[in-house]
Design a protein around this ligand. Structure first.
Ligand SMILES: Cc1cc2nc3c(=O)[nH]c(=O)nc-3n(C[C@H](O)[C@H](O)[C@H](O)COP(=O)(O)OP(=O)(O)OC[C@H]3O[C@@H](n4cnc5c(N)ncnc54)[C@H](O)[C@@H]3O)c2cc1C
Length: 411
């Protein structure tokens, strides 16, 4: 008997599991294939700091039980300064969050197969996808296939839908720590904050972070892209783990802190302009399409939104009497993506590249400027609003802009 569903989803991350929730709620037969075994899930994929905002929690009905701590502020740090902005948020226990999405999807009728590593598409005689192969020679067929495997992207790559470039891969590592001095006299009060630090001595060409998880505990991490920017500021031979250890060794906030046993998370994502994200009977969602916020790495909400856009697209196509699932009919997904998931992606990427190009001294001035502008200037700039971006630039940034322009022309 042929194993057949309306939709098969590869990957039970936030995007895949949310897509399954949405489709199952609408009554579709959906199966999710996840490479990791269920009893340890998530293991390697337990990678995220999982800082998020109330809009994500309420839009997707995420319960309080998966929240480690609620925060009031977002703090930006530079080598010698900082800027605090009131922006309530939540730091999730990522593993519990993932398990909640799976359990809730199942309650609504989604089927899960763990220990199922998807390897490649099954194509019909016209070269159109009609299913996937997993664990060697096992097969499952569906009307629509969704790749939600994050940066692995085996189906999207085989179909030439996405091209995730190595030079755009951001790598991150994080410790969960206890004994952290969250209100150190020389720094901002981080007891109810998510803090991101721009400092090339700590994270060359990237950023580092401390997210409060309650009391004296925090998630402490660092991330950067291994590109020219990183190499310009990097120390010979230093690894991402080495950079994190060096920061923990010298920042006084960690003087009495220790890594909580077994609580080390690592992962990667691509910071690049998305190209295509669908073809006949196929959609790519979450980090399989580079949708992560280029500036601060917020990928969960974007992944969940792309999942919802994909589910709405499939629903629309399958509700239509002709049930057309060709690339043209599924193109509505890309329109929804550019409108709702990551609008103005190009400007936002530009801001990110410009920011990581700036030297440490410019970061200190950036904090002073932010204090002088209206509260939401950074938020608007991060949404790609050119007016807000202009407010954060100065005449003496011209050499920086020229360097940026040369890099763009050269790339
Ligand atoms: C260090 C770090 C910190 C981060 N911090 C934040 C943060 O604070 N806030 C935020 O919003 N975002 C953060 N992100 C980003 C966020 O975690 C991602 O954007 C999000 O997890 C993407 O979800 P996804 O479902 O697209 O992919 P993933 O989370 O990558 O999930 C993919 C799933 O597919 C499975 N899989 C992979 N290959 C296969 C295969 N061949 N077959 C079957 N299954 C497969 C994996 O096991 C996994 O379960 C962070 C990322 C990293 C690496």
């Amino acid at each position: 008997m042929v194993d057949r569903y309306d939709v098969v989803i590869a990957g039970a991350g936030p995007a895949g599991a949310q897509c399954a929730r949405d489709l199952a709620t609408r009554g579709y037969d959906v199966v999710v294939l996840e490479t990791e075994p269920e009893d340890e899930f998530p293991r390697q994929s337990n990678k995220s700091t999982a800082g998020t905002f109330p809009s994500m929690m309420s839009s997707f009905g995420i319960p309080d039980d998966v929240v480690m701590s609620y925060t009031d502020d977002v703090v930006l740090e530079s080598p010698n300064s900082h800027y605090k902005s009131y922006q309530p948020g939540a730091v999730l226990e990522f593993a519990e969050f993932k398990r909640f999405l799976v359990a809730d999807g199942r309650e609504n009728g989604a089927e899960y197969r763990f220990d199922s590593r998807v390897s490649r598409p099954i194509l019909d005689e016209d070269g159109v996808i009609e299913g996937v192969r997993y664990n060697g020679d096992e097969e499952v067929y569906a009307e629509v296939v969704v790749d939600a495997t994050g940066p692995a992207a085996p189906i999207a790559s085989a179909l030439d839908v996405v091209d995730l470039e190595r030079e755009n891969q951001a790598i991150g590592i994080e410790y969960e720590m206890e004994g952290v001095e969250m209100n150190h006299p020389e720094y901002a009060d981080l007891r109810r904050a998510m803090m991101l630090r721009l400092d090339h001595d700590i994270a060359p060409g990237g950023y580092s972070w401390i997210f409060a998880t309650g009391g004296d505990t925090a998630k402490v991490g660092i991330c950067y892209i291994q590109n020219d920017r990183h190499r310009e500021f990097a120390q010979e031979g230093q690894t991402v783990d080495g950079y994190l250890d060096a920061w923990v060794d010298r920042d006084p906030r960690f003087a009495d802190a220790e890594v909580i046993d077994g609580k080390v998370h690592r992962g990667s994502a691509h910071i690049q302009m998305p190209d295509e994200m669908h073809t006949d009977r196929f959609l790519a969602i979450g980090d399989t399409v580079p949708s992560i916020d280029p500036l601060w790495g917020e990928g969960i909400h974007k992944g969940m939104k792309s999942a919802r856009a994909a589910a709405a697209t499939v629903d629309r196509c399958l509700t239509d009497s002709k049930r057309r699932l060709d690339a043209e009919s599924l193109a509505v997904y890309e329109r929804l993506w550019h409108r709702d998931v990551a609008p103005r992606m190009k400007s936002r990427l530009m801001l990110t590249r410009l920011l990581y190009l700036a030297p440490n001294e410019r970061y200190d001035r950036f904090m002073r400027d932010l204090r002088k502008t209206e509260e939401n200037t950074l938020e608007k700039a991060n949404q790609g609003e050119k007016g807000a971006m202009a407010k954060l630039l100065h005449l003496d940034d011209i050499p920086l802009l020229a360097k940026f322009a040369r890099e763009q022309l050269g790339s």
